[in-house]
Design a protein around this ligand. Structure first.
Ligand SMILES: Cc1cc2nc3c(=O)[nH]c(=O)nc-3n(C[C@H](O)[C@H](O)[C@H](O)COP(=O)(O)OP(=O)(O)OC[C@H]3O[C@@H](n4cnc5c(N)ncnc54)[C@H](O)[C@@H]3O)c2cc1C
Ligand code: SF4
Length: 344
């Protein structure tokens, strides 16, 4: 395909950035897709499977890489970050640094899509849960990696006999500075607990929750199946304290449905920490004149849900925590805006 003479820079090679890059490339425009890690995929590389349809993330990623290749328009720069950017005439002049050898090269682009994803809250701020102090207290991100190992490598004998999942850790908590709901953790917690029961039906799984937020196609049914078919026990209440107890972990909580104080002993606790804005996203926003909200997530300009400033678009978790289908939809929406801009 001949060049249209227009180039978009997409920053971040997770599901949102890949979707944007593929769609812009398929429309015949040149794309530079910058990813700071050595491979594309973002958090797809981490996941043991997906809610609600248990898709294979490796196959999902392989399909996206094939589309990138077939477009013939997307130049992928892994191991690369954006170290400078400014408006220059009708477009932008951007400095890209290769982390392997620290070399910096400048490129001119006509539009920018920021798709840098979200980050995670520092769980050690919840001292009473013992993250970083007690053996067996892990983050949901770390646990996803364990699940992946158990599922793919078959180390099922390593699966603990009892696991508790704590939701809303940091989220919906004004005292920690994150009063919002992180949107995806109700679903990935149900997925993680259900996967444990599939791999090890005798493992007891407890989910401590305040609410169950499962808005999405097939999401409510997915959580119901975890509770009713897989026998994951949901306990309504916020755990008050975790105490190490003869090699296990004692959880003190109140079951707010029954109105009883309860104590449960488990071997592992998984903390679903708040999703927070990445520091780098805030820096990129300053560079390109994009708007961020009070938490550091990118914000739209009121004219389009995926535009933050003139010729600067965003997609996925850089705007707010979102699941994979949502990240891909936003990537496609940002691409549609770039294509419309380039056709003017
Ligand atoms: C434990 C856990 C389980 C989950 N399970 C599911 C599930 O089952 N189903 C589901 O739908 N969703 C799930 N999610 C959510 C899913 O991970 C996100 O929806 C998805 O990753 C968002 O895609 P994204 O492209 O916005 O961000 P990411 O996947 O985070 O990709 C962003 C990319 O940008 C790169 N980047 C960041 N900063 C820079 C920079 N300055 N320069 C260059 N590159 C940069 C990062 O390295 C990364 O590759 C889960 C999340 C977690 C934490
Ligand atoms: S998605 Fe669920 S677990 Fe996550 S903050 Fe919202 S209510 Fe809590």
């Amino acid at each position: 395909m001949e060049s249209t003479g227009k180039t978009a820079l997409v920053i971040g090679g997770g599901p949102a950035g890949i979707e944007a890059a593929v769609k812009i490339g398929q429309a015949g425009h040149d794309v530079i897709l910058v990813e700071r890690e050595s491979v594309l995929g973002g958090r797809l590389n981490l996941l043991a499977g997906t809610f609600p349809r248990n898709e294979d993330t490796s196959a999902m990623l392989a399909n996206s890489l094939r589309l990138i290749e077939e477009s013939g328009k997307v130049v992928v720069k892994t191991g690369t970050t954006v170290v400078g950017g400014q408006r220059d005439g009708e477009g932008f002049r951007v400095s890209l640094k290769q982390t392997a050898d620290d070399t910096v090269a400048d490129v001119n682009v006509d539009a920018v899509v920021i798709a840098t994803g979200f980050d995670y809250f520092d769980l050690s701020a919840y001292g009473e849960y013992g993250y970083g102090t007690y053996n067996g207290v892990v983050s949901a991100v770390e646990f996803e990696g364990m699940l992946k190992g158990w599922r793919q490598l078959g180390y099922r004998q390593n699966i603990p006999k009892a696991i508790a999942f704590f939701k809303c850790v940091g989220s919906r908590d004004r005292s920690k500075g994150y009063p919002y709901c992180s949107k995806i953790c109700c679903m990935y917690t149900a997925k993680q607990a259900a996967m444990v029961k599939e791999l090890s039906p005798t493992t007891a799984c407890y989910v401590f929750y305040m609410d169950i937020r499962a808005a999405g196609k097939g999401y409510e049914e997915f959580v119901r199946r975890a509770i009713e078919d897989k026998k994951v026990r949901y306990v309504r209440g916020r755990p008050a304290k975790v105490i190490p107890d003869a090699g296990r972990l004692l959880i003190r909580a109140e079951d707010t449905l029954m109105g009883n104080p309860i104590e449960i002993r488990v071997d592992m606790i998984v903390l679903a920490g708040a999703a927070v804005a990445r520091k780098e996203t805030v820096e990129l926003a300053k560079m390109f004149g994009a708007k961020t909200d009070e938490y550091g997530f990118l914000e739209d300009d009121g004219m389009s849900p995926v535009r933050s400033a003139d010729k600067v678009f965003f997609a996925g978790g850089s705007g707010f925590p979102v699941d994979i289908p949502g990240a891909r939809e936003q990537g496609a929406a940002a691409a549609a805006e770039v294509i419309a801009l380039f056709s003017r």
